[in-house]
Design a protein around this ligand. Structure first.
Ligand SMILES: [Zn+2]
Length: 233
C-alpha cells in the first residue's frame, strides 16, 4: 500500500503496513507509549525530514518503528491517499457465526476471535517482543496457535474428552480442519446453535465432575475450587 500525503490514513487503525493494523500489534497502550494520538493521521507522524518518533527505547515499540520506517514517509503536497485502497471492503467471514453467537459468552467469543485471527499472545508471537514462552502443557518450545489448538498432546486430549463425536466425525488435531468443521456444522444448524450450546453444557458438566472427583473438599489446597468455578460461570 502506498502512502501519499498521509492525510487520510489513520496511523493506528488503518491497515497501511503489511504487518497489519498497528493498534492490533501495540495494544491500547501503544498510542500513549509512543506519544502518538489514537486518531493521529500518518501525516502527523512525519515532517519534511522524514518520520518523527519521540520514544524509541521500548522494545515492542522499536519493532513498530522499524516497520514504519521501511515505508517512505508521506510527502506533504503529494496527492491524497486513496481511501478505498486503504480500507478495503472486507467480505463477511464464514467463521463469524461460529464466533459471534447471540447466546455466546462475550469473553469466549473474544478469545475465539483472537484465535481465528491468530492474534493470541502465544509464545511464537511474543518472541518478537523478546519474551520466551514455550507450551506450559507439554514443553514444546514453539507455542503457536496451531500447537495450542490442537496439535499439543495435552490440549488435544482435553479437546477429545470434551468434544467427543459432537462434530459428527472423530476430532482432528489440525486447526484449519477443526475450524472448517465448526463452520460447516454452524451452517447446518443456523439459528439453532446446537453444537455450541451442547459443547458449553458438556464442558460445564465435565469440569464439575472433575472437581467433584478430586474430592476437593478434603484437600486444603483445592478448597474453594467449586465456589470459584460457580462464581465464574
Ligand atoms: Zn503443548
Amino acid at each position: 500500500m502506498q502512502i501519499k500525503n498521509g492525510h487520510r490514513t489513520l496511523f493506528w487503525s488503518d491497515h497501511w503496513l503489511p504487518e497489519g493494523r498497528l493498534i492490533g500489534i501495540a495494544g491500547d497502550s501503544g498510542p500513549q507509549r509512543l506519544g502518538i494520538g489514537r486518531y493521529a493521521k500518518v501525516a502527523d507522524v512525519a515532517n519534511a525530514s522524514g518520520w518523527q518518533f519521540r520514544n524509541r527505547r521500548d522494545q515492542m515499540l522499536r519493532q513498530i518503528i522499524t516497520s514504519v520506517t521501511r515505508v517512505t514517509a508521506p510527502v506533504d503536497g503529494d496527492e491524497e491517499d486513496g481511501a478505498m485502497e486503504i480500507r478495503p471492503h472486507r467480505e463477511k467471514q464464514d467463521w463469524s457465526k461460529v464466533v459471534w453467537l447471540a447466546q455466546g459468552v462475550p469473553r469466549f467469543a473474544f478469545i475465539t476471535w483472537l484465535a481465528i485471527r491468530d492474534r493470541l499472545a502465544t509464545g511464537v508471537r511474543m518472541r518478537q517482543w523478546g519474551v520466551v514462552q514455550g507450551c506450559v502443557f507439554c514443553g514444546e518450545p514453539n507455542e503457536s496457535r496451531d500447537h495450542l489448538f490442537f496439535a499439543c498432546p495435552y490440549t488435544f486430549t482435553v479437546w477429545l474428552a470434551v468434544v467427543g463425536d459432537l462434530l459428527g466425525v472423530s476430532a482432528d488435531p489440525d486447526w484449519e480442519m477443526t475450524l472448517s468443521r465448526l463452520e460447516r456444522n454452524d451452517m447446518r444448524h443456523t439459528g439453532k446453535l446446537k453444537l455450541v450450546g451442547q459443547l458449553i453444557a458438556l464442558i460445564e458438566k465435565t469440569v464439575k465432575n472433575r472437581i467433584m472427583s478430586t474430592r476437593y473438599f478434603e484437600k486444603p489446597k483445592l478448597l474453594g475450587l467449586m465456589q470459584r468455578w460457580f462464581r465464574g460461570h
